[in-house]
Each structure stands twice: as C-alpha cells, then as structure tokens.
Design a protein around this ligand. Structure first.
Ligand SMILES: [Zn+2]
Length: 137
C-alpha cells in the first residue's frame, strides 16, 4: 500500500498557491460546480472539518453542503478518495485537430488564460498521480 510520490513536493507547491490550509489539510474548490479537493487522503471527520471551515470563510456558507440539516453521515457519503494528476499545460491529443477544424480545444479552455490547472483522475496509476480527497457534488 505504500506508494511514493516523487513529484508531489513540486505539485503541492504549485497547488498551494490557490489553496488554504485548515486543520492541517490543504483544500480548494475545483471546477464551477462546488466540488472540493483536499491534498492527501484523510479520514472523513478531519477533511469535512477542513471543507466546512473553508466554505464558511470563503463563501459564508453554513457548511460544505450549505445546509444546516445535513448529517455527518450524509456529508461523509459524498467524499471520494482518489488519485489525481496536476495538469498545467494542454496535453490533449485532439488539440491540433480541433484547432484545424476551427473549434476550440476543450483542455485549453479548462486551463484558461494561463497559470491555471486542473486535476485529472483518469489514470490513478500514472507515476505523477498523488492522493486527493474529494467532495463531489
Ligand atoms: Zn489544447
């Protein structure tokens, strides 16, 4: 079960620029749907506490679900333990074809104007993949 993550240090440095640390867990929103990600695999109580505090501070939400009535069990059920890989430059195999056909490249659009990143969890076996805990709406 012990994996090593040789590139994790530089990845963490890159991601932490847009993250906040709460209760020792680095967290941020990903995408536009309210999904949250934490660096590393954490037990539900600790990562939910970090997500809750982050949502209260950043968005004045009641908690991660912005719902006073959501139970701990319900909130914990939405957590996912995955491996992600940090993408900071377009790697799409369709990039050239899309541009040639006058379309915009989906991956370029995700990356925005530069300095942005996204997480890919399509291949958890990738050597650059690292553990993440997600709250996925
Ligand atoms: Zn592209």
């Amino acid at each position: 079960m012990n994996r090593t993550f040789p590139n994790l240090a530089s990845t963490v440095e890159e991601m932490r620029k847009s993250m906040q640390e709460h209760y020792g867990v680095w967290v941020c929103f990903v995408g536009d749907d309210g999904d949250l990600v934490a660096l590393g695999h954490h037990e539900p109580k600790r990562v939910l506490a970090a997500f809750n505090r982050y949502c209260r501070i950043e968005l004045s939400m009641r908690n991660v679900a912005d719902d006073r009535d959501v139970s701990y069990k319900e909130a914990a059920e939405i957590l996912r333990w995955r491996h992600g890989r940090l993408i900071t430059a377009c790697e799409s195999p369709d990039h050239d074809d899309e541009i040639r056909m006058g379309h915009s490249c989906h991956q370029c659009a995700l990356l925005g104007g530069g300095g942005e990143w996204w997480l890919d969890w399509s291949n958890p076996e990738h050597p650059d993949a690292f553990p993440i805990t997600m709250w996925q709406v």
